[in-house]
Design a binder for this molecule. Sequence first.
Ligand SMILES: [Zn+2]
Length: 103
Amino acid sequence: MDLTSPARDINHSCNPNTGIRDNDRGGFDFIALREIVPPEEITWDYETSEYVSIAVPRCLCGEANCRSVIRGFKYRRHDKHWQPTHLARYLGGNQLPGGSDDR
Ligand SMILES: [Zn+2]
């Protein structure tokens, strides 16, 4: 995946405050999953968008649900404890712009 800003500037978290949604321009929109209050850092779960992830081999997010090893959707998809609310369409997500995922 070739990331541009702002994705390039957003760090991974195992308990992210944003999720991704495919947009009609072939990219992603970042959707707030809860209220984000400054100076809280904006984060997303890289395994919801990267089939194989090399950016964060060892996660240090510090969240109670930290998965420690972030290798990508390819390796995470069978983890029954991982239930992402947003997932890239090419990984099997169905977050279509304006679709039923808009809550
Ligand atoms: Zn983590």
